[in-house]
Design a protein around this ligand. Sequence first.
Ligand code: PEP
Length: 253
Amino acid sequence: MRYQIAAANWKMNLSWDEADNLLTEVLSLTASVKESQRVVFAVPAPYLDMAVGHIADKFHMHVAAQNCHSKKSGAFTGEISVQMLNSVEVEYVIIGHSERREYFNESNQFLAEKIDIALEYGIKPIFCCGEALPIRESGGQNEFVSTQLQESLYHLSAEQVKQVVIAYEPIWAIGTGKTASSEQAQEMHAHIRSELAGKYGREIADQISILYGGSVKASNAKEIFHQPDVDGGLVGGASLVAEEFVAIINALK
Ligand code: PEP
């Protein structure tokens, strides 16, 4: 189902008390989330259970992990399995954030394994893709993102791919204050949707949420989110400030 989604990515920030307060504030300031919308909080692992408790009686709000391991269980010290996430009622997981790709060398093929195991346990992947600045400057962004989709997603069946949320996050716009223009976002989102249509058919492609990520804030969210192929955003820095994130939720189509 193609929901309009505001997803907060807190990354490695906040103490327990700060996280607790931020969730309390965001929830108290958020009037209601429409049937066609979803709000997702990707919180650090130690706060997953707390976040699930916060949203337990809220409609259309969900908790996401920021990462998962590709195996069910075993001798992988420090890692978190989707089985564990499932057991604490986490419903989404970010897979392939550019920071994981860059600092932990996560390849498209490895991410494909994570996608598979998440889907096996009924957890919806938020699959991140996007190009670095030199690729954008040389005009190779469409081809680059197509390869990311091909190598991480295209082994999925149509039924499986419908469970995946895609987040287009140009690396040059993440945490830099430099946002892609709404035209650049729309152009890439339309490209992603047409690639998905080529592989799975238009009907399936039209059911997949494609989020934009990269310095989204209250002041630019509405213009970006109202592009026809943009279905909301994955938000880092601005999701750490309650009023900012609530304004971003309110900017959803
Ligand atoms: C992100 O971390 O996914 C992100 C888009 O960060 P920011 O909004 O801070 O650019």
